[in-house]
Design a protein around this ligand. Structure first.
Ligand code: FHN
Length: 423
């Protein structure tokens, strides 16, 4: 399979942040983690701003409690498929260094260090394969808080503290060659992973061009693809980054124009990536769908994150939203999958996507009775315009390169209508 072609056609994928941090879930010894709501950062932010990080031994001890007995790879894969997502990228290893597969490189993993003793990546890969879903891996190649020489946060978690002492170049080289490259090789060769999401977001001298080239070449040698956050570029507008297959935006960042190369936004349902028991800032399905549609209309993908509970179950607010998005896509999917940015200017009332067969899809963000929707720069007169979900005919007028759709008053009852315009 040509991975980048698959990625571009898919438009919608899942992100999963799951690991030892899912146990404290944003609360350490009865107190809410400070600084931000990224529960997967609790190792360094537990006591912010009054104290240091969780001591290494205490954090590692979470492994002996990690037992996601409710994890069911087929149930996860069903939710992914029913949501209309075509791929899933899971934190195979996040910054804490803990691996979700049976790694021979480091014993700090789900099989060797926890009572669960099952290989989650293997189970999920098989469940995804059964459904034609592509499994990808998030791999924290720069930060690794358990292995000697792994990168540490560049900034002090407590403003008065001196910055953390960084590994030397030689120490980082040890981590890079003894853990990072061999683990990525395990994911490529032992698990057939071809879609990689690496994570770096600041200029870091340890990620030298030579190291990045090695990592990129390794993934490319097996036909895999890598994202821009590997560190070569941090350019939201889409700079020319050698070796990069797709761009990743900043967290929850949505560009306001089309980008002429493959790209994606990774986003959260609430604020945290890992499960956070006190994060109640859930976004609405309407908002999330608009993010998906908007990105598709600008040539981009949307990778929407779940943070499963420590027992492996998916939080109810995510499940409800996933199912609602899936229900919308079940009837409107052709206006999103395998589409591209339309040549017409983006209208203020919504978004436009262009199907491979030349159909134009008008996504109505603002529904109100008897509204007229104008699309500029439509050179030919359409042969038909219909609401995708109901097949209701939409009267239109075409003249002087302008198409005006007269939305039927009943259509206000369905939010996010799509009008399919055929020529
Ligand atoms: O530090 C990580 C964070 O925990 C999370 O994984 C996000 C996902 O995009 N990436 C980093 C911050 O941007």
């Amino acid at each position: 399979m040509d991975m980048i072609d698959f990625f571009t056609r898919s438009r919608f994928g899942m992100f999963v942040h799951f690991g030892l941090y899912s146990i404290p879930a944003g609360v350490w010894k009865g107190r809410e983690q400070g600084r931000n709501h990224y529960a997967e950062w609790i190792r360094y932010q537990a006591l912010w701003p009054d104290g240091g990080a969780i001591p290494d031994g205490e954090y590692r001890a979470l492994a002996s409690e990690f037992n996601p007995a409710a994890f069911d790879a087929d149930a996860w894969a069903e939710e992914i498929r029913n949501a209309g997502m075509k791929y899933v990228v899971i934190t195979a290893k996040h910054h804490d260094g803990f691996a979700l597969w049976d790694s021979r490189v480091s014993g700090f993993n789900i099989v060797k260090a926890t009572p669960f003793r099952r290989d989650l990546i293997r189970e999920l890969k098989e469940a995804c394969d059964r459904r034609g879903i592509v499994l990808g891996a998030y791999y924290s190649h720069w930060l690794d808080w358990e292995f000697p020489g792994g990168g540490l946060p560049l900034w002090p978690e407590i403003p008065e503290d001196p910055p953390l002492e960084q590994p030397s170049d030689a120490e980082f080289e040890h981590y890079f060659t003894a853990k990072c490259l061999p683990q990525v090789t395990e994911l490529l060769d032992g698990y057939g992973i071809r879609l990689f999401w690496f994570d770096n977001w600041c200029k870091c001298s340890l990620l030298t061009e030579a190291r990045l080239e090695k990592l990129i070449d390794l993934v490319h040698s097996r036909g895999g693809i890598v994202n821009s956050r590997i560190g070569v570029t941090w350019n939201h507008s889409g700079g020319d980054a050698a070796g990069i297959d797709y761009l990743s935006m900043g967290d929850n960042q949505f560009p306001d124009k089309a980008i002429p190369r493959p790209w994606e936004t990774s986003g959260t349902f609430n604020e945290s990536w890992g499960y956070h028991r006190l994060d109640y800032r859930w976004k609405t399905t309407d908002f999330l769908l608009k993010c998906l549609i908007s990105n598709a209309s600008r040539n981009g993908n949307y990778q929407l994150n779940i943070g499963p509970h420590a027992d492996g179950s998916i939080p109810a607010p995510s499940v409800r939203r996933l199912r609602e998005i899936g229900a919308w896509l079940a009837v409107n999917g052709e206006s999103v999958y395998n589409t591209a940015c339309a040549p017409q200017p983006e209208p203020g009332w919504g978004r436009l996507t262009l199907g491979k067969d030349g159909a134009l899809y008008a996504h109505v963000f603002e529904n109100h009775p008897a509204c007229q929707l104008v699309i500029e720069a439509v050179s030919a007169a359409p042969r038909s315009a219909r609401i995708l979900e109901t097949d209701q005919r939409v009267p239109f007028h075409h003249g002087e390169g302008r198409l005006t759709l007269q939305m039927p008053p009943e259509s206000v009852n369905s939010p996010l209508n799509v009008v399919k315009i055929e020529f």
